[in-house]
Design a protein around this ligand. Structure first.
Ligand SMILES: Cc1cc2nc3c(=O)[nH]c(=O)nc-3n(C[C@H](O)[C@H](O)[C@H](O)COP(=O)(O)O)c2cc1C
Length: 146
């Protein structure tokens, strides 16, 4: 199983979130989203993505680039979980919305959700990592099916 954690960050909270998850999942490769083209997702079976949200519920320009690449790719071989830190002060609709955007897009491309998208406040990255790791542990215990 080839497993990848991608993060996108300006202030470091989603970097931290990805590090905390990777700390519990040493078999996973961790990289910045900016270092990867979406085309490389073909080489992985499992993806954890930690995106950041800016500009009132939108993606950063680099996230947008990646997002548009993903939109053109069928990903039926991939399972995924999206977990990201935002800021609750931006209100319910905009809060960590990048998480929902990536979750929906990966699902629309045929990828398999490993769990509900995880959105946490930037002060709660440890809680987000715990939730993500618990979800990964749950799916690892499930029997493989086609
Ligand atoms: C200009 C600007 C716009 C932002 N817009 C949102 C937003 O719409 N929703 C949200 O949840 N957080 C928003 N944030 C907060 C960031 O998502 C939050 O600081 C998060 O920790 C950023 O991730 P990072 O630390 O990995 O860069 C915004 C921050 C800035 C500076």
């Amino acid at each position: 199983m080839r497993e990848l954690i991608l993060y996108s960050t300006l202030f470091g909270h989603n970097l931290e979130l990805s590090q905390l998850i990777a700390g519990c999942c040493p078999q996973m490769t961790r990289q910045a989203l900016t270092e990867k083209s979406a085309a490389s997702l073909i080489n992985y079976d499992r993806l954890i993505i930690c995106p950041c949200t800016y500009g009132d519920g939108y993606l950063t320009p680099l996230e947008e680039q990646f997002f548009h690449q993903v939109q053109g790719m069928p990903l039926p071989h991939l399972s995924y979980l999206v977990a990201g830190a935002g800021d609750l002060d931006y209100g319910h609709a905009a809060f960590a919305r990048a998480v929902l955007i990536f979750d929906r897009t990966l699902h629309d491309q045929g990828a398999r959700r490993l769990g509900a998208p995880i959105r946490v406040d930037y002060e709660e990255t440890a809680s987000g990592a715990r939730q993500a790791v618990a979800q990964l542990k749950r799916v690892r215990k499930e029997p493989e099916h086609g």
